[in-house]
Design a protein around this ligand. Structure first.
Ligand code: NAD
Length: 437
């Protein structure tokens, strides 16, 4: 069953992917955003974010007349003078829920949209919260809407940036939570063509699934990063150790690579939010607290490695950074661990030049103090050390002998264990990894 009109409010990584993918499944979708320039670009087929396969889906959806872009939630729900339009049946909220005061999720955008649309929603319409929100938000949204005839459903999103379209269309599971079974079933039916395992549950449990999953992943990464440190101290190799662990199906190979600390637009804010939620519920969650502490220590350990590769002091040293984004395959710099490390290097007086395939130019207020170059050779020129901070596969294919010729000292600190040490050694570099001999 195709829906004649779905509104998606918030056209960022989640909203744009949701809108384009739902249109590709045959539904009619209107995506709205407060950012006028983003909407204008989208109407011209220009993607505001880097996401494989997204441009194709957006352009196909627009050409088929199933995908439209408008400015503001109001126009997605009740377009002025368009009484011939089908009434909206489902409204997805895909707005930001950043870290607010005391680590809590800031629900201002969700509340703002609820106020904006409450009197515009047609009878019997369903509002779906896809943003990551604390337990109780569906109930609170229902209260804000003040509409007995409108159901509020929780439907958390699990896509990963860099493979958002693939993840949306091939989900491990779909979670839909509502205290009204019929509304949950209507939302689940939107995805029926995907054939994914679907959990229909209550709203509170659905909201909790998202935090439980993200915080578990953060904890897994902190565990591996701590294990890497221990391996280093004891002369074991974390790569061998995690491979041996990962064959155990109860553990799995995913999320077992050490790195400079976890980051991105979700894990840090969601971990802090769950800490705050636990505190508010009077529940002590030391496991989660330790995961956060371990993460802070991890970026400091990476700085220690880079400092010692520079001979003990970073003051006036030139560090070439490979990677700024929080992971490979995205242009997203939000809460990037690469930037955390870079910030600490700057504090100690290092001069930084960075190359990143997803970030080709400086971003004011984000990459301040770092020279961003499109040429890896410029990042390597006269460098005292090169530091790999993001796991872009492109870095493996760099012309390492050419970089060795322009670097001042030939050491690579590989915080992602991305590169082949033998290739680097043949090019004349010494290689320093994480958790290995
Ligand atoms: P984003 O910042 O990329 O996009 C949010 C969009 O909402 C922006 O374009 C912004 O202009 C728009 N917006 C803000 N207020 C608005 C309003 N009042 N009306 C209309 N549009 C408005 O954020 P995102 O990464 O897509 O995340 C959205 C939500 O999804 C967050 O809760 C996040 O935690 C969750 N989430 C994100 C990911 C991810 O990988 N990015 C994955 C799963 C869940």
């Amino acid at each position: 069953m195709f829906v004649r009109r779905i509104a998606v409010i918030g056209t960022g990584y989640v909203g744009l992917t949701t809108g384009a993918c739902l249109a590709s499944l045959g539904h009619h979708v209107v995506c709205a955003d407060v950012d006028r320039s983003k909407i204008e670009k989208l109407r011209e087929g220009v993607m505001p974010i880097m996401e494989p396969g997204l441009a194709e889906l957006v352009n196909e959806g627009m050409a088929a007349g199933r995908l439209k872009f408008v400015v503001g939630a109001r126009d997605a729900i009740a377009p002025a003078g368009a009484c011939e339009e089908d009434p909206v049946e489902v409204v997805f909220l895909c707005v930001p829920t950043p870290m607010g005061e005391g680590g809590a999720a800031d629900l201002a955008a969700v509340e703002e949209v609820a106020h904006e649309v409450r009197d515009l929603l047609p009878r019997g319409c369903v509002v779906v919260n896809k943003s990551t929100v604390p337990v109780g938000t569906a109930a609170r949204t229902k209260q804000l809407l003040g509409r007995r005839d409108v159901a509020v459903v929780s439907n958390p999103e699990f896509l990963r940036e860099g493979s958002a379209v693939h993840d949306f269309l091939n989900p491990d599971r779909i979670v839909v939570g509502c205290d009204q079974q019929d509304a949950a079933e209507r939302v689940a039916a939107l995805y029926s063509r995907l054939g994914a395992p679907t959990l229909l549950t209550d709203a509170a449990s659905s909201e909790m699934v998202k935090y439980a999953a993200n915080c578990f992943l953060a904890m897994k990464l902190s565990y591996v990063n701590a294990m890497a440190e221990l391996c280093e101290r004891l002369g074991a190799d974390v790569h061998e150790v995690t491979e041996g662990m990962g064959y155990d199906r109860r553990i799995g190979q995913a999320f077992l690579s050490p790195g400079p600390g976890w980051g991105g637009s979700c894990l840090p804010k969601d971990t802090h939010a769950l800490m705050q939620i636990s505190d508010a519920a009077g529940f002590d969650f030391p496991l989660l607290h330790a995961s956060l502490q371990t993460n802070v220590a991890q970026s400091a350990r990476m700085v220690d490695k880079i400092r010692s590769a520079c001979g003990g002091s970073l003051a006036g040293k030139r560090v070439g950074l490979l990677g700024l984004t929080f992971k490979a395959g995205t242009d997203d710099l939000r809460d990037s661990p690469a930037l955390t490390v870079a910030g600490k290097l700057l504090e100690e007086g290092a001069e930084l030049t960075a190359f990143d395939p997803g970030c080709r130019a400086s971003v004011p207020g984000v990459t301040d103090g770092i020279t961003v170059t499109e040429d890896p050779a410029v990042a390597a020129k006269d460098a005292d050390v090169l530091a790999v901070l993001t796991e872009w596969p492109e870095f493996r294919a760099l012309d390492w002998p050419a970089l060795a010729r322009v670097a001042s000292h030939r050491t690579v600190v590989d915080t992602r264990n991305l590169l082949d040490p033998d290739v680097l050694r043949r090019a004349g570099f010494s290689w320093v990894g994480v958790g290995c001999r």
